[in-house]
Design a protein around this ligand. Structure first.
Ligand SMILES: Cc1cc2nc3c(=O)[nH]c(=O)nc-3n(C[C@H](O)[C@H](O)[C@H](O)COP(=O)(O)OP(=O)(O)OC[C@H]3O[C@@H](n4cnc5c(N)ncnc54)[C@H](O)[C@@H]3O)c2cc1C
Length: 359
């Protein structure tokens, strides 16, 4: 750890920017990386599981640990991370999971990355090793610094290690399919959530609404009976949710092909109130998270997409595009911008970590 700290101190002394890289699987996300790439998954001091206490439902792992290694270990004990982090091309590390805060289909039902995170250690921009939180769910420090690292895109420090709370893999899982227009799907997903059913994922694309139920056998069976629809075969359902989670399904694969072919479309990720009506935009849409997450593949100009999201009470992130001249994230305003600037100057006064990655 000392050699990592001195590399940070040297970079700060020389004013040299560092690009923190895990596997680089999410390098496309956010603003273009800058600085000297530093591949943390190749640093032995940052790799490997430190502790897994199945009975206490927590795990601690080095930030360079591959997600597939972490999840294989958890799965062997019948456990998982509730946030279902995506693995793009099968890659991704613990540090990248926290830095991007990207979560999978279960996010609105089982919590996001910051809900799963119990604590972490990081090296700040002065080369100091700092520890926040712990391995139990409590927060004595007032401001929850560990959680501020979620979605900070590595701009506040080099995460060295993190602890997560775990959940058991549910006893039973059923996926129901319904023919539905987008309108009907938004209404049905919101209604299902209001009824307190054991929902663990929801998605609409191309005329189909899929609802996943997870939990105890009896409650899943009862909920499935109440909802109706067609139960998907287990393998098909697993393939569908994994395709969505890891963005390897046809919606995302087709969108990436269209982008690479220079068709002028971009993938947008809109966070909206779940009851927001259908967005009338050209292109394709896929809805997740009970209506709260709308993926748009559209040629619409950035300004128009941002205005649309703002009018609906949410925000839009330019997720993947050939032309990244528009800001990836919605620019922070007012008090929020001030808090972010203060966090940055507190943690990374010389601005060496991932400069510009958040815009
Ligand atoms: C220091 C710092 C600076 C940042 N600067 C910027 C910035 O300038 N601009 C910017 O756009 N982002 C900024 N971010 C945010 C960052 O990009 C995001 O955190 C990241 O993209 C992941 O999104 P999230 O944390 O909102 O994810 P999540 O917590 O998964 O939430 C994603 C969205 O989904 C919605 N959602 C989640 N769960 C539910 C639910 N149950 N029901 C309904 N809706 C739900 C929420 O509205 C939320 O907006 C910053 C973050 C940090 C920590």
């Amino acid at each position: 750890m000392d050699s990592l700290r001195s590399r940070v101190r040297d970079a700060a002394a020389q004013g040299q920017a560092l690009e923190l890289v895990g596997h680089g699987s999410k390098r496309f996300y956010g603003e273009a990386p800058q600085g000297q790439p530093w591949v943390l998954s190749r640093e032995p001091a940052l790799c490997g599981l430190r502790a897994h206490e199945p009975a206490e439902l927590y795990v601690t792992a080095g930030a360079g640990t591959p997600l597939r290694e972490l999840e294989a270990q958890l799965g062997s004990q019948g456990q998982q991370l509730g946030c279902e982090p995506p693995r793009f091309g099968g890659e991704g590390t613990v540090g990248g999971l926290i830095a991007t805060a990207l979560a999978g289909p279960a996010r609105p039902y089982w919590g996001g990355v910051r809900d799963a995170l119990l604590g972490l250690t990081l090296i700040d921009g002065r080369g100091e090793l700092l520890k926040f939180g712990g391995t139990v769910m409590k927060n004595v420090a007032g401001f929850d610094v560990a959680r501020a690292m979620c979605g900070a895109m590595g701009t506040l420090g080099l995460i060295t290690e993190a602890s997560f709370k775990l959940m058991p893999i549910p006893q039973a899982q059923v996926t129901l399919r319904f023919d539905a227009t987008q309108d009907d799907a938004i209404y049905a997903a919101n209604q299902a959530a209001l009824q307190g059913l054991p929902l663990s994922a929801s998605a609409w694309w191309n005329g189909s609404l899929l609802l996943r139920l997870s939990g105890l056998e009896a409650s899943v069976r009862a909920a499935a009976k109440r909802l109706g629809g067609d139960a998907l075969p287990v393998d098909l359902a697993l393939g569908f949710w994994n395709g969505l989670r890891h963005q390897s399904d046809e919606f995302f694969a087709g969108a990436v092909r269209a982008i690479q072919a220079g068709s002028g479309v971009a993938i947008w990720r809109l966070s909206l109130p779940p009851t927001t009506p259908v967005l009338k935009v050209p292109g394709e849409q896929l809805i997740e998270w009970g209506g709260a997450l709308r993926w748009l593949v559209t040629p619409l100009a950035a300004q128009a997409v941002r205005e649309l999201a703002e009018r609906a009470g949410g925000h839009a992130t330019l997720y993947a595009a050939l032309d990244k001249s528009a800001p990836a994230f919605t620019p922070a305003q007012g008090a929020e911008a001030q808090i972010r600037a203060r966090l940055k100057s507190e943690f990374d006064p010389k601005g060496i970590f991932n400069p510009g990655r958040l815009g």
